[in-house]
Design a binder for this molecule. Structure first.
Ligand code: 13P
Length: 253
C-alpha cells in the first residue's frame, strides 16, 4: 500500500517572517485526521532551519528544493546534502523542470544528485515531465521514458523503492491548466510499467509517483484517487494554508 504523499514546493517564495506566518496557519488548518497522509513542505533554503523548529511535534515533514552533489567545497552559491540534513531535511526535490529549464540541469546531472541524496540518507522527490511542444508532437512517452531512465541510471532497486517520483507536465505548471486525471494516470501507468521493466514488478508497485501541475483543492480528489497517482507536488496552492490543507484533505478521504 503506497502512502498518499503531498509535498508543497514553495519555490522562491516566503521570507523568514512569511514562513512563520504560513506554517502557523498550516498547523491550524491541519487539525483534521490526516489518515496516514504524508505531508511535506519544501521552503527556500533561508527558511529551512526556522521551518524545522516550527513543525516540531506536528505531522509536517521538511524538504529542500535542490542540493549540490558534493558534501563541501568550492561551489559558490550551492548547498550540500549534509547541510540540508543538519537543518532537519528528510527530503529534497531534484530535477524540477524550472531547474532543467533555467539552470540547464540534465538527466545525467540530476542522476548524480539522486545518487548523492541516497548516500546521504535523504529521500529525493525526482521530477520529470514533457513540454507542451513534446505533448503536441505525441512524444510524451519517449520523453518521459528517457528522463526516468536517465535520472535512475545505475541506481539499485532497493534504493529506487525509497524514492518519490513526480510527474510534472511542464505545460501544467503554474498555468492553471492541470493534466486531466486520465492524462496523469496514463503517464503514471507508463512509468510504473517502465519501473517494472527496469527492476521488478514488486519494486514498481512500491514507488510513490506524485502528480504536479496546477493541483488545487477543486481538482485534487479526482487526480489523487487515480489508481497510480500516489500524491501531489503542489506549487502555487501550497502558499495558502487553506488551499494546501484542502488538497491534503482530498488525499485523506
Ligand atoms: P503549480 O502547482 O503552481 O502548477 O506548480 C507545480 C510545481 O511545479 C510543483 O513543483
Amino acid at each position: 500500500m503506497r502512502t498518499k504523499t503531498i509535498a508543497g514546493n514553495w519555490k522562491m517564495n516566503k521570507d523568514f517572517l512569511q514562513t512563520e506566518e504560513l506554517i502557523d496557519e498550516l498547523k491550524k488548518a491541519l487539525s483534521f485526521d490526516l489518515k496516514g497522509v504524508k505531508v511535506i513542505i519544501c521552503p527556500p533554503f533561508t527558511s529551512l532551519e526556522l521551518a524545522h523548529r516550527l513543525i516540531h511535534g506536528s505531522a509536517i515533514e521538511l524538504g529542500a528544493q535542490n542540493m549540490h552533489h558534493e558534501d563541501e567545497g568550492a561551489f559558490t552559491g550551492e548547498v550540500s546534502p549534509t547541510m540540508l540534513k543538519a537543518v532537519g531535511c528528510k527530503y529534497v526535490i531534484l530535477g524540477h523542470s524550472e531547474r532543467r529549464q533555467y539552470f540547464h540541469e540534465s538527466d545525467a546531472f540530476i542522476n548524480k544528485k539522486v545518487k548523492k541524496a541516497i548516500a546521504a540518507g535523504l529521500t529525493s522527490i525526482v521530477c520529470f515531465g514533457e513540454t507542451l511542444d513534446q505533448r503536441e508532437k505525441n512524444i510524451t512517452a519517449q520523453v518521459v521514458t528517457a528522463q526516468v531512465r536517465g535520472v535512475l541510471e545505475d541506481i539499485a532497486a532497493e534504493n529506487v523503492e525509497r524514492l518519490i517520483l513526480a510527474y510534472e507536465p511542464v505545460w501544467a505548471i503554474g498555468t492553471g491548466r492541470n493534466a486531466t486525471p486520465q492524462q496523469a494516470e496514463e503517464v503514471h501507468v507508463l512509468v510504473r510499467k517502465l519501473l517494472g521493466e527496469m527492476y521488478t514488478a514488486s519494486t514498481a508497485e512500491r514507488v510513490i509517483i506524485q502528480y504536479g501541475g496546477s493541483v488545487k483543492p477543486e481538482n485534487a480528489a479526482e487526480l489523487l484517487w487515480q489508481p497510480n497517482v500516489d500524491g501531489a507536488l503542489v506549487g502555487g496552492a501550497c502558499l495558502k494554508a487553506d488551499s494546501f490543507a484542502g488538497i491534503i484533505k482530498a488525499a485523506a478521504r
